[in-house]
Design a binder for this molecule. Structure first.
Ligand SMILES: [Zn+2]
Length: 451
């Protein structure tokens, strides 16, 4: 039987394909055809008599959906290698450069570094939330990424939090919420961008202010991307102020629902978990940054409660492959062993389809299926650490590295090829971010490079 000739913008052939589609999770020697930014062919057979603009020989390569990294702060690349050894999140820690002190040019240089880092390791969607989000979105949009950005919203005076004082100022709340609304107004019609509201945390947002945020979220239909149960400082402060847990505070403000993304979720009680599950809220698990600060999120309990779990890199480097491994092993350490319900497939879902589900975009991204957006990653699996390929998924989670990524595609557009960015100059980005980071560390009186 002959088929009608089909046209493809790109055709990848001979690939090992992990789809994240449970109906056919693995295709060996498979073929992916992309047309108009969407997956138009996915099969072990090649389409017959196809007219192909760009053919890519993907033999010896693994193709997966693009990774969905829902919680990071690209600008905070400036604190890498230092802040995680000082005890807690940079915004709460004295003596660490603050995002609010950066000039727009400095913010631009650092946002580019954070986005490039994530993209090189295979993230096709990043949920960046921080100050200077207007600049961050501009540079990340130019780089071709899919985005779920947000402006950091709070009415606490962060300048005083680092000194141990939680002082609320309505003016700060108004400024940050207005900036968040402006960000949404500016980008709401962009096909690759879905702006969220980053209500920072229950300790840094007062209850009346959280209700204001809830009003805006409901009026505009926006998701909430927040820090939840990140530290004892947060939960103790909230308990003292309100007599409630952070989860209850969000619930009482009308924010705990299926559009709520809770980042970290380390200090949450069984009652909090039950509330989140009833609401259909999502956990954004940050296993590596949590573990680096000596903390675990109770992921086996989230799984047992039926909560949707995504993963994210936060202020650590953007390697989502390494992150899957951290999610797998930190869950197993808590369980005290290996079980059928905590396997590589579960953490692979967390890095792909679960993240898409948390954004309500799982009908468009998060798995490789005909008709979905062509957001995908191609990794070289010919390295010794990837041999043998008995279980491609097991290898991906246990032995692969972000550096194995060779090609990254978003909406059919190739952003990384042969391991290098196609739209930006990686060396220039690194040079500028290095210079800016030295300036800002110098400004706080810590010139490590002069010792
Ligand atoms: Zn964070």
């Amino acid at each position: 039987m002959t088929e009608t000739p089909q046209t493809f913008d790109t055709l990848l052939t001979g690939a090992t394909i992990l789809t994240a589609d449970p109906t056919r999770p693995l295709l060996r020697d498979g073929c992916v055809g992309v047309r108009d930014g969407r997956i138009a062919w996915l099969d072990q057979r090649e389409p017959e008599a196809a007219q192909v603009t760009r053919r890519i020989d993907a033999r010896g390569h693994l193709v997966t959906p693009g990774f969905v990294n829902l919680h990071l702060h690209a600008i905070l690349t400036m604190v890498r290698g230092i802040a995680s050894d000082e005890g807690f999140a940079p915004s709460y820690t004295p003596g660490i450069p603050k995002g609010t002190d950066l000039t727009p040019d400095q913010a631009r240089a650092l946002a580019r570094l954070g986005a490039l880092d994530a993209m090189l390791f295979g993230s096709t969607l990043i949920g960046d939330n921080f100050v200077h989000a207007d600049i961050g979105v501009e540079v990340m949009e130019e780089m071709g990424l899919r985005l779920a950005p947000s402006w950091r919203i709070h009415d606490v005076d962060f300048g005083r939090v680092a000194g141990g004082e939680w002082h609320f100022d309505h003016k700060i709340g108004e400024q940050t919420l207005t900036a968040a609304i402006d960000l949404h107004d500016r980008w709401k019609d962009h096909p690759r961008i879905e702006v969220n509201l980053a209500a920072h945390a229950a300790d840094t947002c007062s209850e009346p202010f959280l209700r204001e945020i809830a009003d805006v979220a409901h009026q505009r239909g926006l998701r909430i991307n927040t820090h939840l149960g990140q530290s004892t400082a947060e939960v103790d402060r909230v308990q003292e102020r309100t007599g409630k847990s952070s989860t209850q505070v969000f619930e009482d403000a009308g924010l705990l629902n299926d559009r709520f993304l809770g980042g970290h979720c380390i200090y949450v009680t069984d009652d909090d978990i039950a509330r989140m599950a009833r609401a259909g809220a999502h956990v954004v698990h940050i296993p590596k940054a949590n573990a680096a600060s000596g903390r675990f999120a109770p992921t086996p309990k989230f799984r047992d409660a039926g909560l949707n779990m995504a993963i994210a890199t936060d202020t650590q480097h953007g390697d989502m492959i390494e992150l899957m491994r951290w999610a797998l092993v930190t869950g197993r350490v808590q369980q005290g062993g290996v079980s059928d319900d905590w396997q590589p497939s579960h953490v692979f879902d967390m890095a792909t389809i679960n993240g898409a589900r948390a954004l309500g975009q799982d009908d468009q991204i998060g798995s490789l299926e005909v008709g979905k957006q062509a957001d995908l990653v191609m990794l070289d699996i010919r390295h010794p650490h990837q041999v043998p390929q008995i279980s491609p998924l097991g290898n991906l989670v246990h032995t692969a590295h972000g550096r194995d990524v060779r090609l990254v595609m978003v909406v059919g557009d190739i952003l990384i090829e042969d391991g290098r960015p196609t739209k930006v100059d990686a060396e220039e980005i690194c040079r500028e971010a290095e210079a800016v980071s030295r300036q800002v560390w110098g400004d706080v009186g810590r010139c490590y490079w002069e010792s």
